[in-house]
Ligand binder design. Structure first.
Ligand SMILES: C[S@@+](CC[C@H](N)C(=O)[O-])C[C@H]1O[C@@H](n2cnc3c(N)ncnc32)[C@H](O)[C@@H]1O
Length: 363
């Protein structure tokens, strides 16, 4: 049984998408943004566009008390995790409305109790818990740790406990190398949510889509790199790499905000985004054009096939009914071309999804 978390209002799209992948799956909505899927194929890896997070092979988990939950979870960790490897632990709640903080304190108490249990019963496992290793290799204090959001490495295991009410939830334990093979289905972000800080200097909030995609890739556009930004106006995406010291060719029918038009690392090309071809390959293709999904999909496949970019972040319009087939085409045609490929309804997306990844290098 897999448990999927989606954005509020996206449950229907998620359900329809899962049934397209596996018509015999049995789906049961169990709350806002929560869907249980039974009968998914063995080894199902996604991508699932409308799921923010997945708990693979989840099992129901009673939380009669904090101590009881910690003891039960610790017993399972000792039995199921590899002895020496690193692992990450998310203990989160989703009861009530998506976005509410309900249950956060209870989760923190369970986490502290699990750490305490491990300290007594299997100290060696505690050393592998991400974020807890101190310089000397001894377990750190029980205080709240920083969440490691880098992509899963092949030797990492991933444990998720999701409370769906104060006294019940689900647990998923995926031993290494599972999580690294499920990239894009399981995310290192708690509940799959990627918070992006406000930047009042950017022309609009649209930059959050690009920053979230970078965070999910575990990569950042860096100084000295080259980008093409298609459909760039008024310039929030262009703004991100330009401020970091990268060079951007921004293509749009309309000009960018004045300061970006004058920016020394931004070159503006007034014209049709779908006809633009760079003279040499660039590091990043960025594209946030509002167009029919098929056009944006053709565009990104074309750029990737021709290796005009090393990495790409492209918005695809998605309004629902009738547009799944276009996404299915991307799911089929992109994997052989890409070293990494994600297709996701980002936290920062509204009626759109995002395809982002890295192009496969020539053999
Ligand atoms: C959602 S806005 C892009 C916002 C931009 N990424 C930002 O962060 O400021 C879409 C842009 O695509 C441009 N656009 C739409 N069709 C285009 C085309 N065929 N060629 C060039 N630009 C196009 C529009 O002019 C509009 O500025």
């Amino acid at each position: 049984m897999h448990l999927f978390l989606s954005a509020p209002g996206m449950e229907r799209f998620l359900g329809e998408e899962l049934l397209r992948a596996c018509a015999s799956a049995h789906l049961e909505p169990i709350g806002e943004g929560l869907l249980v899927a039974k009968g998914m194929p063995e080894g199902f890896r996604g991508p699932v566009v409308f799921a923010r997070q997945c708990l693979p092979d989840a099992t129901p988990f009673p939380v009669t008390s904090i101590r009881g939950a910690a003891e039960t979870l610790t017993t399972r960790l000792i039995g199921e995790l590899p002895l020496d490897g690193p692992w990450r632990l998310h203990i989160v709640a989703r009861y009530g409305l998506v976005g509410s903080d309900a249950g956060a304190h209870r989760c923190e108490l369970i986490r502290e109790a699990v750490v305490e249990q491990l300290r007594k019963r299997r100290r060696s496992l505690l050393r592998g818990l991400s974020g807890r290793r101190t310089e000397a290799g001894t377990p750190a204090s029980t205080s709240k740790e920083e969440t490691d959001t880098s992509p899963f490495a092949p030797d990492e295991s991933f444990v998720q406990l999701l409370l769906t009410s104060p006294d019940s939830g689900f647990v998923s334990i995926v031993p290494a190398p599972g999580p690294s093979g499920l990239l894009g289905l399981v995310w290192p972000f708690q509940r799959g949510e990627v918070p992006v800080a406000v930047d009042k200097e950017a022309p609009s909030r649209a930059f959050a889509k690009l920053v979230e995609s970078e965070a999910r890739l575990g990569l950042r556009i860096a100084a000295g790199e080259t980008c093409v930004d298609l459909g760039a106006s008024p310039g929030s995406w262009t703004y991100v790499p330009a401020m970091r010291g990268a060079r951007v060719t921004a293509v749009d029918r309309s000009p960018l905000r004045d300061d970006l038009m004058r920016h020394p690392r931004v070159g503006f090309v007034q014209g049709d985004a779908f006809r633009f071809v760079p003279e040499t390959a660039v590091d990043w293709l960025l594209c946030d054009v509002i167009a029919a999904p098929e056009r944006s999909i053709d565009l990104v496949l074309d750029w990737v096939r021709a290796r005009r970019c090393r990495r790409f972040v492209v918005t695809i319009k998605f309004k629902g009914d009738g547009e799944y087939a276009a996404l299915d085409r991307l799911k089929r045609e992109m994997p052989p071309l890409a070293a990494r490929f994600h297709l996701l309804h980002l936290c920062a997306n509204k009626n759109e999804v995002c395809v982002f990844g890295e192009v496969l290098r020539e053999p």
